[in-house]
Design a protein around this ligand. Structure first.
Ligand code: AMO
Length: 432
């Protein structure tokens, strides 16, 4: 048997046509001489109605034996019926039970009351059968497709850089050490050094969508130990150019999700609003003023605390940039401002109180870079392979990293990042 249609492809106008559908038994209801089976596939559900006198004894008893989540194939006839869901039902002609499901189920995909997140993640393959959960991943996929489209259209080349690495990029903590034969190595925190080195090659504009690993100690709703980062780097460009690209990438993703994932937005039951094409831009100074005005104490030079982010997020609507950060709290590769080296050409893109991206213009000057590495208390010897790329013709460049999981949280309006990752990795969870 070959599947001819997904549930959503069948229309009442196909009345009388024969179809083959495949999927899971979502629910089954026997009312004496008639059985109703709801079959679920990726695109939705179909009602199969089996009246005993029409389908015959043999098929009727075969259908009667079905249980929740059995995998079945049904050959049947489309019957237009205004009273049925979607305006049609299927009269079964033949049924094949492809595989049965053990019962009781550890988690019922048809269950209306949601289970605890932990139970759901423990049984993620079953949890993922639920349309609301699938909707998140369809939107995530749409977002990734959109991001790729925008970046290809803007002249970016997709690259892959190593994830087994020799040095840190985002500060010494948060690294996962691994044993690499007789040497120590780490799981990559960010493709930062590699995407910068690629700027010395003439590839000019590159992007990568790949995992980043962070040994975050704490469990929060916004942090994972393995996340997916959308990274770009562009040569002959400054922080403003990188922000313009980020705006396009994020705005287009909103538009594409809005236009192509209406069904999933409805399934999630969320109010989906398009952002403006240009996002507000406030400086770090303005941001801390907002926090201070709201009673959150934060002095110049401090990184934004969770409380400060919340206070600023209350004031600023939707998406906005924070620019002109103190150099001290940004990574060593960040270009200081020419006029005031205490601040640097870094930016964060926020959605309310959630940071979804950070980026900057980078230091492309060898001496300044070495000096900055030392300033951060790091040893330049550990960065030789990276520093070499700055000696033989490195153009000015800028870039950013956009958290794919956090961006999905924003697009699907989820409060917990784990909802937006198929198999999340946190301090407690290494399986499934
Ligand atoms: P940063 O460390 O800010 O910047 O990371 C960039 C973006 O990646 C996401 N992110 C995470 N998401 C979930 N869990 C985590 N533990 C986690 N860590 C980071 C966030 C964040 O905004 N090299 C720079 C980027 C650059 O300048 O190009 C960097 O890694 O959405």
């Amino acid at each position: 048997w070959r599947r001819t249609h997904y549930s959503a492809d069948i229309k009442p106008e196909m009345d009388g046509q024969e179809v083959i559908i495949m999927g899971w038994v979502h629910s089954i209801r026997a009312l004496g001489k008639i059985i109703f089976v709801i079959l679920r596939d990726r695109e939705g559900t179909v009602q199969i109605v089996a009246p005993k006198q029409k389908v015959g004894d043999e098929l009727f008893s075969q259908i009667k034996k079905l249980g929740a989540e059995d995998v079945i194939a049904v050959k049947g006839k489309v019957i237009a019926n205004e009273k049925a869901p979607n305006g049609f039902e299927i009269l079964p002609l033949e049924l094949e039970v492809i595989n049965t499901a053990k019962r009781p189920l550890p988690l019922d995909p048809a269950e209306k009351v949601p289970a605890e997140l932990d139970t759901r993640l423990e049984n993620r393959f079953l949890d993922l059968r639920r349309p609301k959960v699938q909707a998140i991943f369809k939107i995530r996929s749409e977002m990734l497709k959109s991001v790729r489209n925008t970046l290809y259209n803007e002249g970016f080349i997709e690259v892959n850089t190593p994830k087994l690495v020799a040095s840190c990029t985002e500060g010494g903590t948060e690294l996962f050490p691994i044993s690499y034969f007789e040497r120590e190595a780490f799981l990559g925190q960010s493709p930062q050094l590699y995407k910068q080195m690629l700027m010395a090659t003439g590839l000019d504009r590159v992007f990568e969508i790949a995992p980043i690993f962070r040994a975050e100690e704490h469990n929060t709703r916004r942090h994972l130990n393995e996340a997916t980062s959308i990274d770009i780097e562009m040569a002959f460009a400054d922080d403003k150019d990188a922000m313009d690209i980020l705006e396009k990438v994020v705005y287009n993703a909103f538009v594409d999700v809005y236009e192509n994932r209406k069904k999933e937005i409805e399934t999630l039951g969320i109010e989906f609003e398009l952002p403006p094409e240009k996002f507000d831009r406030i400086t770090y100074d303005e941001a801390i003023d907002i926090a201070n005005a709201k009673g959150v104490e934060i002095s110049w030079g401090e990184d934004l605390s969770r409380e400060a982010e919340k206070a600023i997020g209350e004031e600023m609507e939707g998406l906005y940039f924070i620019t002109d950060w103190p150099s001290e709290i940004r990574p060593f590769y960040t270009m200081p401002d020419e006029k005031n080296p205490n601040i640097c050409k870094a930016f964060d893109l926020m959605y309310k109180d959630l940071e979804i991206s950070s980026g900057a213009q980078r230091i492309h000057l060898y001496d300044l870079l070495v000096e900055n590495i030392k300033k951060k208390g790091l040893n330049p010897d550990g960065f030789t392979y990276y520093l070499e790329a700055f000696k033989y013709g490195m153009p000015p460049h800028a870039g950013w990293g956009l958290g794919a999981d956090r961006f999905t949280m924003v697009l699907t309006q989820q409060e917990n990042i784990r909802e937006c990752v198929l198999f999340p990795r946190d301090r407690q969870r290494l399986t499934p």
